[in-house]
Design a protein around this ligand. Structure first.
Ligand code: CA
Ligand code: CA
Ligand code: CA
Ligand code: CA
Length: 215
């Protein structure tokens, strides 16, 4: 009797091959998805960083020319504290040898108007209790007007929790998402900006710059 020749595959071989193929394809898909996720994340980070950079450039341009001792609140020159709101009179010209001061300007971090500090994302932008950085001109006069310098600023600096200690190791305790620190006549400005991503995730980028003011 002739034995039937073995053409084709047994059922077990087919099942095993299919399972192997599925697991290889699954792994490949995961790699692709991870790659996409990382790309999206780095895109969001770059966007947040660009916005943070622009905001600090605006702040530096406004502060340049202000006197270090004419800032309100007065900042301790020892660098141990910071403020997230500062008011000052900008220099607008020179008369003889004397500077001419303009109307007061204020730069301040404030809660986003539509997102009160209640641990909930009231305005559904994907960020919880985010802040906004505002510029106000002619402070205290009838022509006072505010402008948005940067939206979606973190309530606290990147890596900082409201716990009475310096979690991110920059020498400041519980500093806000925008902060001004003074060391001598130098101001160090820091900002942390967030970009909401998919599925309730967000990316944060921080930028630091400094400028020296005259006495
Ligand atoms: Ca809220
Ligand atoms: Ca929000
Ligand atoms: Ca800190
Ligand atoms: Ca802290």
């Amino acid at each position: 009797m002739k034995r039937a020749s073995r053409g084709g595959f047994t059922l077990i071989e087919v099942v095993l091959t299919a399972a192997l193929l599925a697991s290889v394809m699954g792994a490949a898909l995961m790699v692709v998805q991870r790659g996409r996720g990382a790309m999206a994340q780095s895109h969001l980070h770059a966007r947040a960083e660009a916005r943070a950079q622009r905001a600090l450039e605006r702040v530096v341009a406004e502060l340049r020319g202000a006197g270090i001792d004419a800032l309100t609140p007065a900042l301790n020159p020892n660098g141990h504290t910071s403020t997230s709101s500062v008011t000052f009179e900008p220099i607008v010209g020179v008369s003889g040898a004397a500077p001419v001061w303009g109307n007061p300007v204020r730069i301040a971090l404030a809660p986003a108007p539509e997102d009160a500090a209640d641990n909930r994302d009231n305005d559904a932008d994907g960020l919880v209790d985010e802040s906004v950085l505002m510029l106000t001109r002619n402070v205290g006069s009838a022509s006072q007007a505010s402008f948005l310098l940067c939206s979606q600023v973190s309530e606290r600096a990147e890596g900082e929790l409201p716990n009475g200690s310096d979690d991110n190791g920059n020498g400041l305790i519980d500093e806000a998402g925008f902060s001004i620190q003074r060391i001598g006549t130098m101001l160090t400005l820091r900002i942390s900006v967030e970009e909401p991503g998919e599925g309730g995730t967000s990316t944060i980028a921080s930028v630091v710059t400094s400028l020296t003011l005259r006495n």
